[in-house]
Ligand binder design. Structure first.
Ligand code: HDE
Length: 714
């Protein structure tokens, strides 16, 4: 067994350009170009000569009765009838990608002997599935919701899954409450409304009566719940796991993913509009980034607490409604994951991938976190109803290391095992592997207890960290949170619900509760229900995650054109954007040729626009640039839709760049007091105001770069 692991490890580390998992999947990919058959066959292999007409008894002039004897038609229809499998009970909507993980060095070996976390010579293949929680499989991507961030590591010692979210805490402390929580947040049972949002009576009723959810509710009402991209959000294992080192010492651990590009969100109005304009926005964003070579990258961090310190905090480190504040327990960055490959077919990969928190590798273990215990049961169980008992044999789920044991049979068994099917057996086939040779070993924890149902003392406090999170947001983030709570509670039509939730808010912050209560018709509190001492924490506001070097990599930039635009400027701008690995999209009066200054409309080949003004909206882009050109600027100014393009982007705090005559159009479109475009125009310098960058003269490449280095939200 140990030599088998050695062989697999070789295969991992020698991989160039593709991971061992991608190579493994190749065994299951049907390549139409290489198939050794003349053409269409049935599922049982015979050639089909007529696929379009059901066999019938007919005189040839009119249809006659269709015959049930048509085995081809029956096979086709029956296969189709059973194409659907149950969607995930939560996290039904998702997108996935392949990648790899590596650690920088062996510094984590003081905590664990897990090779995947300590051996820098390894490249471990990964598959990640991002998801929303509430909505159905066909719901929109940009809704306000928690995002799942589930990673399968195909390690040399077996699969390890971190089934995380983009928010570090959870709504409940004990897994027994999960069905109640999910029933409450999912569409209401009588009319199955609403889809993909928590803005309804039952959710707010539940969280109002379950105050342990207060901290998580602050996060879900913050901008974290409307991420700009899966590539721009953090991931958290949430539950407390353990690491075991070679000396037999145990540490408690939390897992973190930190995106290279920083943490960015939509503003709510944008998220709402994109949900209609492009419900697949996040799915396509992930695909677009990978295909354009801007591979999403996440740093991997661990927070570690030695066993001797587990009781040193004023919260319980096993309580999933609490973070471990980074100022108390710093995140140690030990590695990174890169997603570099899109899936070939959605269903067998993204739909059939199945994660289990219980899947850990030697050197990693569980804790007594009561939510984790429930999860360790639930995930395996749910895969049985989704995929059948042999779900681990599916191509996307099977490990890349050898699998051998005495489990057998079951529906859809794919393995033929020439071996005895029990242990012990007289031939010593598939014997247990002692821990010294790689077998999994549980930590010998001393357990003494009285069988009882309880929440221990530290699990009873629910508001300190909710306050800390709220206090740590900046003014804009707080305003967004008030807006989100107001939106959600306004959608509740039962006064009991919105009135009681505004009371819960008063347990967090008096001003917050007052503002929301006023907006939604709740009970306006006269005094704080409890003191908010003003504690703040680090790395709670997402602004703290801005990358050190601002980048426009993978950002989508629209260039707004009308006939008569300045071609030289557009070419220079696009070259500059390409050099920065951003994508640029020309938006014009028509999809197809737009005519630059000097070319008569309809004459030559023109310059090709990717979309018509109506075909895409400003919401689909991170920034807009308006080049110069007198006729073009006048046409843009006369068109209500192009004026709206600019106003909407301005309202969504997006960088806008304009050059030459484009500046005049911009000034007219965004008639805001205090935006001194005239003064800027008079100078040759590139200047910026409110995220709007204009250049009087033609140094467009630096103007573009400047415009885009302005952070979203500034
Ligand atoms: Fe899940 N969760 N969960 N969850 N969860 C599922 O498993 C469950 C929880 C998370 O892309 C289900 O395969 C229980 C926390 C993600 O395939 C199910 C409890 C966190 C995904 C399940 C929790 C998560 C799931 C449904 C409380 C963040 C999508 C389908 C005890 C750390 C995985 C499935 C994917 C999916 C149960 C709480 C994250 C039913 C019982 C906390 C990312 O098994």
């Amino acid at each position: 067994m140990s030599s088998a692991i050695g062989t697999v490890k070789e295969a991992f580390t020698s991989v160039t350009g593709q991971t061992a998992k991608v190579a493994d999947l190749k065994n299951s990919i049907i390549d139409p170009a290489k198939k050794p058959t003349k053409g269409m066959t049935t599922d049982y292999g015979i050639f089909v000569s007529e696929p379009d007409n059901w066999l019938q008894a007919s005189n040839g002039a009119r249809p006659g009765p269709a015959l049930l004897e048509d085995q081809f038609a029956r096979e086709k229809i029956m296969r189709f009838d059973h194409e659907r499998i149950p969607e995930r009970v939560v996290h039904a909507r998702g997108a996935g990608a392949h990648g790899y993980f590596k650690v920088y060095d062996d510094r984590a070996s003081k905590y664990t002997y897990a090779g995947v976390l300590t051996d820098p010579s390894r490249i471990t293949p990964t598959f990640v599935r991002f998801s929303t929680v509430q909505g159905a499989r066909g719901s929109a991507d940009t809704v306000r919701d928690v995002r799942g961030f589930a990673t399968k590591f195909y390690t040399a010692e077996g699969n390890w899954d971190i089934v995380g979210n983009n928010i570090p805490v959870f709504f409940i402390q004990d897994g027994i409450k999960f069905p109640d929580f999910v029933h409450a947040v999912k569409p209401e049972p009588h009319n199955e409304v609403p889809q993909a949002q928590s803005a309804h009576n039952n959710f707010w009723d539940f969280v109002g009566l379950q105050p342990e959810s207060a901290h998580m509710v602050m996060w879900t009402m913050s901008d974290r719940a409307i991420p700009r991209s899966y590539r721009m959000m953090q991931g958290f294992g949430v539950n407390t796991f353990t690491l075991l080192n070679a000396k037999g010492e145990r540490h408690f651990v939390k897992f973190h993913w930190i995106p290279e590009l920083g943490v960015h969100s939509f503003v709510w109005d944008e998220a709402l509009k994109i949900a209609g304009q492009d419900p697949d926005f996040h799915r396509k964003d992930l695909e677009e980034a990978i295909l354009s070579g801007a591979f999403p990258k996440y740093y991997f961090g661990i927070q570690v607490i030695p066993e001797s310190k587990e009781n040193d905090f004023d919260f319980d480190i096993l309580d999933a409604t609490k973070i471990w504040p980074e100022e108390l327990v710093p995140v140690e960055i030990i590695g990174e994951m890169v997603l570099n490959r899109t899936v070939d077919e959605y269903f067998p990969e993204v739909e059939q991938v199945a994660f289990c928190t219980s899947h850990v590798v030697p050197g990693i273990g569980f804790s007594n976190d009561p939510l984790l215990t429930a999860r360790n049961f639930s995930y395996f169980d749910t895969q049985i109803s989704r995929l059948g008992i042999n779900w681990q044999q599916l191509p996307i789920n099977r490990p890349v290391c050898p699998v051998m044991n005495h489990n057998r049979d079951g529906r859809s068994q794919h393995r033929i095992t020439k071996d005895l099917n029990y242990w012990p057996n007289r031939r010593q086939l598939a014997p247990p592997v002692p821990p010294t040779e790689g077998g999994y070993a549980e930590y010998a924890e001393k357990v003494v207890g009285i069988k009882q149902r309880l929440r221990s003392a530290k699990f009873q406090e629910h508001f300190k960290q909710a306050q800390m999170f709220y206090n740590s947001l900046n003014t804009y983030e707080k305003a967004h949170l008030v807006g989100a709570l107001s939106f959600e509670l306004s959608h509740c039509d039962d006064p009991v619900v919105y009135q009681s939730y505004t009371k819960v808010l008063n347990d967090i912050d008096f001003n917050l509760a007052k503002q929301v209560a006023m907006n939604v018709g709740g009970t306006i509190p006269q005094q704080p229900a409890r003191e908010n001492p003003g504690h703040t924490g680090s790395r709670l506001s997402q602004l703290e995650f801005a990358p050190k070097d601002p980048t426009i990599k993978s950002r989508r930039v629209a260039i707004l054109l009308a006939d008569g635009f300045n071609l030289g400027e557009v070419q220079a701008i696009r070259a500059a954007l390409k050099a920065g690995m951003a994508t640029s999209w020309v938006i014009g009066p028509r999809r197809g040729p737009v005519y630059p200054d000097g070319e008569e409309v309809g004459s030559g080949s023109g310059y090709s626009a990717d979309h018509h003004y109506e075909g895409q909206r400003s919401t689909m882009f991170d920034a807009i640039i308006i080049p110069g050109g007198a006729k073009h600027a006048q046409a843009l100014a006369k068109n209500g839709r192009t004026v709206h393009w600019v106003r909407e982007a301005f309202g969504h705090l997006k960088p806008i760049g304009a050059v030459g005559e484009g500046v005049a159009f911009l000034r007219e479109a965004v008639q805001l007091p205090g935006v001194q475009f005239a003064a800027i125009l008079a100078s040759d310098n590139v200047t910026s105001s409110y995220g709007v960058v204009t250049a009087g003269k033609y140094d467009v490449s630096s103007a573009a770069a400047d415009a885009l280095s302005i952070k979203q939200g500034e």
